[in-house]
Write a protein that binds this ligand. Structure first.
Ligand SMILES: [Cu+2]
Length: 141
């Protein structure tokens, strides 16, 4: 597990040191245990368009989390929750990829080429969106 984390750190440093291949890195931290409040936070909420790497860390002790990247039609688009399943209805959303089922303490990575617009990052494990696991990301030109 540590070697994976070190590899990611080395890659991130390599990217920063090579302007010709400059890409934005967004650090995503997820946390919260079953039955309690949960969080999904970004180290920056506005970034420039282009190649973007999301480095996702599950900071929870016992709970699995995931991260789904969704492009919104408008900044105020409502995210529909299927109340019976306690899940976000992903079929109605423009998903651009995800980091699936991260074990507690684990790290994951998602790369995407982002155009200007509004995005939301969310965890769609049962009940987690409603417990607070969503964050907005604005991409500018
Ligand atoms: Cu979650």
């Amino acid at each position: 597990m540590h070697s994976i984390r070190n590899t990611i750190a080395v890659l991130a440093v390599a990217c920063l040191a090579t302007p010709a291949f400059a890409a934005t890195t967004v650090k995503v931290t997820e946390g919260g245990e079953g039955g309690g409040p949960m969080t999904l936070t970004l180290d920056q909420s506005t970034i420039k368009a282009g190649e973007t790497t999301f480095l996702v860390h599950n900071d929870a002790m016992t709970e699995e989390h995931e991260m789904v990247l969704v492009k919104l039609k408008t900044a105020d688009q409502k995210i529909g929750v299927d109340a019976a399943k306690d899940l976000v209805n992903e079929t109605k959303l423009n998903s651009m990829g995800e980091v699936a089922e991260l074990k507690p303490g684990a790290d994951g990575e998602l790369k995407a080429k982002l155009v200007p617009g509004s995005y939301v990052l969310l965890c769609n494990i049962k009940g987690h969106f409603q417990a607070g696991m969503h964050a907005m990301l604005t991409v500018t030109k």
